[in-house]
Design a protein around this ligand. Sequence first.
Ligand code: ZN
Length: 398
Amino acid sequence: MPTLRIKTTSGTFDAEDSKNVFRMYVCGITPYDATHLGHAATYVTFDVINRYLKLAGHKVDFVENITDIDDPLFERAKRDNQSWEELGESQVALFESDMAALRVLPPKDYVAVTHAMESIIVAIEKLVSDGFTYELNGNIYFRISAHLPLLTIPIYEATSIFAQRGGDPSTPGKENALDPIVWVANKDNEPGWSSKMGFGRPGWHVECSVIALENLIGRNYLAGTIKSDFAINLQGGGSDLIFPHHFMTAAIGKALTDTEFASAYVHAGMVGLDGEKMSKSKGNLVLVSNLLKAGIDPMVIRHALLSENYSSDRMWHEKTLQKSEVRIARIRSALARIEVAPTEKVISEIAANIANNLDTPEALLALDDWAEQTERGEIGGSVGELSRFIDAALGLAL
Ligand code: ZN
């Protein structure tokens, strides 16, 4: 298996650099609405990385969080007159069944913020006692200024994105407009937890830093035990997490451990629908569960997601599924033959394509070529070998 090389926000990541355990953390869902195609594209992307690394002989430690403490979740629960715990649990169950249908291998753990609360509080208390934070209106803010030289976009742009993605740059009295909140003082009847910072709940970014470190490094990560250059190998998510989320989790992670947080940051592009951005507010989300309910073969959905490059923003159209349906049918019919075209070459082509920055579109074209060769009557291949490989590497069980 060729070495996996992936383009990252800061260059190229080479899996050979991590000979031992590969520690991968992927930012998970906020369980207030079902899995849409954007989520699915992201999780299928990291699934291909996970599968490839395992095939290449790495031991992969993979953790994903569930942000089950968040404003949208509380708002939606209130709107529907439902408890936020119940809503969260039902949406997590739906997410897990969507992922299983798409053959996304589950992480070692889906860690819910509510289940990690004790550790998150201990970590924030440490940030406070180490002087990385300050209090304002009962909330605790993390001082980001030391990390701002690492920012790759201009401050004005960062400030605007920060405001759009949960930040509060214009709160009067902040030391720096970009300081993220790490502890939110309790308001109204929102859920809260007791801590040295008062009764409240953690901010989003610190949750991910702590869940990643505790579950991939171990409970004693706060004791300065990390001896490598980076705490974890890869942090992943959708490209809307590049800033502020991954920037902030990295800064907080560094403050907690005195070690750089992740060696590589990998991001999946966004999925739009018929020329428009897919978003909750536009009401044009395509839900995986609805496609499945409509009888769409989950392998067709997965093929469609893999048929475009993971890192570019893409548009989803009705014909996206139709095209994949035709291609899948053709591959299935080739795989059903007793005599098939040689399989060794297509297997090594697919592996090389995935290794080349997850070029799954090319890998699927190689599979089409093989089906065509089989239709032309070429022989000498092994159906079992190829179908096992495409299942293991691409998650396509055909
Ligand atoms: Zn995260």
